[in-house]
Design a binder for this molecule. Structure first.
Ligand SMILES: [Zn+2]
Length: 320
């Protein structure tokens, strides 16, 4: 067990290495993105914990109407496979444990991540991208930037999008990242009845499980909305309910086509265990390589979502 922890720690330290690779072209056409339409507006500014109930200033959440070209089947770009298997974690036949890596981090009440014991580094951040999968080209640029920095991220997907391009879920999974549940319709869940909330969460669980073989373990409600009510239901699915502690504001018009603004917003709010909210947007993709480099320069590593402790549902498995 000690050895396993040490291995995981070594892996975590590895992530602290940086590799600068100049970000290339910006200047992507944005005409087809829905920009702010979809996105959490509740991102609490500053370094303080967000108030999940506050500030979802964009009730017009459901952007399903302006979904861009869902069916661009441009698959030939040969996803270079490379599952970037996190072999470090469950490396060589550790005799004691089977299954997933032992968790090293726990989310606290402010939606930040703290080491479970003192062995893991405190200065890590969790990278998250909401509201996809939308656009293969944008997504692939993000995945490439993440690879350049040996970073793993969470992609909180909307069901209504994912069902149109399940192959993008597979891509995210194959590249070693974590898929989180962002509800089916991207609507304000606290306005719904219980059965409807269950449906919004459960349908995404099933879709993801059918597509990649495992259901999400992390849940982020649209707009960070829902509080204890939605949290309780999410927990029935064995999900860890989270919002964020560092909002990039990349959804906001002030950041549109401005990667530097996204970078500045994230760096301004950097803190140990930061839970960084970004979105699948072209200018965020443009920003990512440079942003990750700067986060590393500040002395932070990237928290592998697989190392996050997930609460165990009480009446777990078996039939149901
Ligand atoms: Zn969202």
């Amino acid at each position: 067990m000690m050895r396993k922890t040490a291995l995981a720690l070594a892996a975590a330290m590895l992530l602290l290495t940086s590799c600068g690779r100049g970000a290339a072209d910006t200047g992507l056409p944005d005409a087809r993105t829905d920009g702010a339409g979809s996105l959490e507006s509740g991102a609490a500014g500053g370094t303080t914990a967000p108030d999940p109930e506050a500030g979802e200033g964009e009730p017009s959440g459901n952007e399903s109407g302006d979904y861009p070209e869902a069916e661009s089947g441009q698959d030939e770009s040969g996803e270079s496979g490379d599952p970037a298997a996190p072999g470090e974690r469950d490396a060589d036949g550790s005799d004691s444990a089977t299954g997933p890596a032992a968790p090293l981090y726990r989310m606290n009440g402010a939606y930040r991540f703290v080491p479970i014991d003192d062995e893991a580094p405190k200065n890590v951040v969790l990278l998250t991208f909401d509201d996809g999968p939308k656009d293969r080209e944008v997504l692939e640029r993000m995945l490439d930037a993440l690879d350049s920095h040996n970073a793993k991220a969470v992609f909180f997907v909307s069901g209504y999008r994912a069902v149109k391009q399940p192959e993008l879920l597979e891509l995210i999974h194959e590249r070693g990242h974590t898929i989180g549940n962002h509800s089916w319709d991207h609507i304000d869940l606290k306005a719904l009845e219980e059965a409807a909330v269950r449906d919004q969460i459960g349908r995404v669980q099933r879709l993801v499980e059918e597509t990649i073989g495992t259901a999400p373990k992390l849940f982020r409600p649209p707009y960070g909305s829902g509080g204890a009510y939605v949290k309780g239901i999410a927990e029935e699915f064995g999900l860890l309910f989270t919002t964020w502690s560092n909002g990039s504001l990349d959804w906001d018009s002030s950041a549109k086509n401005k990667p530097d603004v996204v970078i500045g917003n994230v760096l301004d709010q950097l803190h140990p265990g930061a839970n960084i909210l970004m979105h699948e947007l072209p200018w965020t993709a443009d920003a990512l390589d440079e942003l990750l480099g700067k986060i590393e320069e500040e002395g932070y590593g990237f928290l592998d979502p697989a190392l996050i402790e997930i609460p165990v549902p009480d009446a777990a498995d078996g039939g149901a």
